[in-house]
Design a protein around this ligand. Sequence first.
Ligand code: CS2
Ligand code: MG
Length: 403
Amino acid sequence: MKITDIKIIVASPGRNFVTVKVMTDEGLYGIGDATVNGREKAVVAYLEDHVVPCLIGRDPQRIEDIWQYLYKGAYWRRGPITMAAISGVDMALWDIKAKAANMPLYQLLGGRSRDKVMVYKHAGGLDIGEVVEGVVALREQGLDAIRAQVSIPGLPPIYGTGHSLDQTAGGMIKALPEEEVWSTHKYLPLIPRLFEKVRDAVGWDVHLLHDVHHRLTPIEAARLGKDLEPFRLFWLEDAIPAELQEGFRIIRQHTTQPIAVGEVFNTIWDCQQLISEQLIDYIRVTSVHAGGVTGLKKIFDFAAIYHVRSACHGPMDVSPVAMGCNIHVDTAIPNFGIQEFSGYTDATYDMFPRAWSYDRGYLQPGEAPGHGVDIDEAVAAKYPYSPAYLPVARLEDGTLTSW
Ligand code: CS2
Ligand code: MG
């Protein structure tokens, strides 16, 4: 089998998506996701100028070899743009291989390890009462795991703290980056109060999660972890930026609160220390940003040795193609933890016909050969690229800060 052509399709049915379509001389084709939110065109250029020309004529069945060729062969290793490009190609090649085998992808990964894939969805609001209502509503919709986020009184709502259920993340995603204001001392006492009220409303038989969006220092995160212990959260996510992996030791020394991190990680090297020192409990890498099915499987297998469980990142900017790959991996691995699932716009669902399905808090990969997700190029053509950026965050005195 030979690769004859590779198309890069960019479309915005709500969020911008970069989709890779690998064609072969045997008529089989495969689909991959290569989206990096807010930097989409950098991946398109990397793919079109530097990856596609090198792959024409190669055997698409040599998935590992092509992965190594793109990773080691570039000399410039890792990084979100390179790894998204590799991820998009890798997903498409696994799709082709599983279609050629006439099997759903999870069968090639070892078969089912579970009957269904548990997801969490998000409840947000401008005040605690509104968040509680959102959590109760999701519980009624069958969710066994719910992330709760609230706006900070005295500050305008910012990304990931208020309403985040629509495609613009509550109006925080703009054609140029919005500048937001952050205050740790206003935030820290608020979150335990939020979870006290949520527990009062929905009880203890539901998993509750919280995302800090990298906004704290290690000792602040340790404080928050201790304060949240009475409410037994499933996890505290992205409490600190993770460039400094040993920062997590400080959090660990102070609290038994389970810790999750990894949505911006690209390779095993971004989390090797976090995993091998057992500084985290959930690793949140996702197929589109961590090297495709190949990269994800290697990271999760490594994590399994250290009792770290999987938790693929799955917001609206991870396309239904990557979501499909995640669900197949989630179904097959022994150390599955949870899958984030925000859902998509109707236009996004129209653009990506798929075998996977969602029902009352759980996902299924479906039984179609391959990863089961396709792209309708006629639908994609109706939704051209539209610039969209995540916000930036400043302290109240104007200092630029992490988020
Ligand atoms: C978030 C995301 O899903 C999450 O946990 O952190 O909304 C994240 O901010 C975006 O995917 C960034 O592109
Ligand atoms: Mg997050």
